[in-house]
Design a protein around this ligand. Structure first.
Ligand SMILES: Nc1ncnc2c1ncn2[C@@H]1O[C@H](COP(=O)(O)OP(=O)(O)OP(=O)(O)O)[C@@H](O)[C@H]1O
Ligand SMILES: [Mg+2]
Length: 333
């Protein structure tokens, strides 16, 4: 099957007061039909610029993209018909009701009469806004406005939808709702989704494949599993031990446990009441393949050595670790 989206060597240079900003450099990827594909990257990575080019809102400096086989630069009308866009900035008429907003944008796409009314009803149901359809949008919460915004992107029944950071600035419950909506778009409507976010957890949860962007380039691309394999399959087990210091013999014993590849003890200095440096709490970090399996042995050894473990945190490898390994920086700013 032909891919839904083909992106080839896209690049964008902005010119600001005579200064050139290379926002996107040579970006290429494909998205299959019914795939949920995410661009993950920190602020300023070039996600919105990339999405704007493949939605025909911004002319590329180089390269091209096709949607359903139609070039966004040479056949923009045919390409855009297949596409719904949910922009990063909410774009609604605040003094109109939810229903009126959907009707307005539906008319832009050429819908009218009974067809428009039916389509608006479907979208109100899908976004769970039927009860509030006749209230003005400026009386809505951020999460509800976001749902109207998503509805606008769906009004003409596109086959592909772009969502640019749709969970930014909304509470956890509404964030959960947006993620469920993305999954339902594929399950119930057979849609293809291009999603962007700087939040590792949500990208990891919903995506079939992920392109990690940094400084305008794709630095890694694959399924979540493939990307995580790049950093190996090792878990980190972090034991909090308070003011205690584990004996060297215990560290050596930890190193002998099956699966363990690294053991380190660290105590950070913190500021005391008068600003003087005092010993902070100690953390014993164990790197291990299948860390949960090693845990009972490690706890038994600690107990035998008289070390009182206050808490244990198990960190499985995740996209955060992938970004850290590739860039030497944390994904969160
Ligand atoms: N209109 C513009 N003019 C000049 N520079 C721009 C413009 N839009 C974006 N940039 C620059 O291009 C780079 C990429 O920005 P972009 O908005 O694509 O990043 P992003 O990944 O979407 O970030 P965020 O997570 O903050 O939304 C940044 O350095 C930004 O400052
Ligand atoms: Mg952006």
């Amino acid at each position: 099957m032909e891919p839904m989206v083909v992106v080839r060597n896209l690049a964008k240079t902005y010119h600001n007061n005579g200064r050139a900003i290379q926002a996107v450099t040579n970006v290429s990827f494909e998205i299959g039909e019914r795939e949920i594909f995410s661009l993950l990257g920190p602020n300023g990575a070039g996600k919105t610029t990339t999405i704007s080019m493949i939605s025909g809102l911004l002319a590329p400096t180089a390269g091209d993209a096709t949607i359903g086989g139609h070039s966004i630069t040479r056949e923009p009308l045919a390409a855009k018909r297949l596409l719904g866009v949910v922009p990063q900035e909410i774009a609604l008429y605040p003094s109109l009701t939810a229903r009126q907003n959907l009707e307005f944008f539906g008319r832009i796409y050429g819908l009218s009469g009974a067809e428009l009314a039916r389509r608006v009803d479907e979208v109100l149901d899908f976004t769970d806004l039927r009860e509030r359809q006749n209230d003005r949008v400026d009386t809505f919460s951020g999460g509800m406005k976001r749902r109207v915004n998503i509805g606008v992107g769906l009004i003409h029944k596109p086959r592909l939808i772009y969502m640019d950071e749709p969970t930014v600035g909304i509470d956890p419950q509404n964030r959960r709702r947006v993620l469920d909506t993305v999954l339902r778009l594929r399950e119930e409507m057979g849609m293809t989704v291009l999603y962007t976010s700087h939040l590792m957890e949500e990208v990891q949860e919903i995506s079939d494949r992920v392109a990690i962007m940094d400084h305008g380039e794709i630095i890694a691309l694959g399924t979540v599993g493939e990307l995580i394999q790049k950093v190996g399959e090792e878990d980190r087990l972090i034991f909090s031990v308070g003011q205690q210091t584990p004996p060297e013999t215990l560290l050596a014993a930890f190193r002998g446990v099956a699966g363990v590849t690294g053991v380190a003890f660290e105590r950070r200095e913190t500021a005391g009441n008068n600003g003087e440096a005092v010993d902070g709490d100690g953390k014993l970090t164990v790197v291990a393949k299948r860390g949960r399996k090693a845990l009972p042995d490690l706890l038994r050894l600690a107990n035998e050595a008289g070390l009182n473990v206050l808490s244990v945190e198990v960190r499985e490898p995740d996209l955060e670790a992938v970004f850290l390994q590739l860039t030497g920086r944390a994904l969160r700013d």
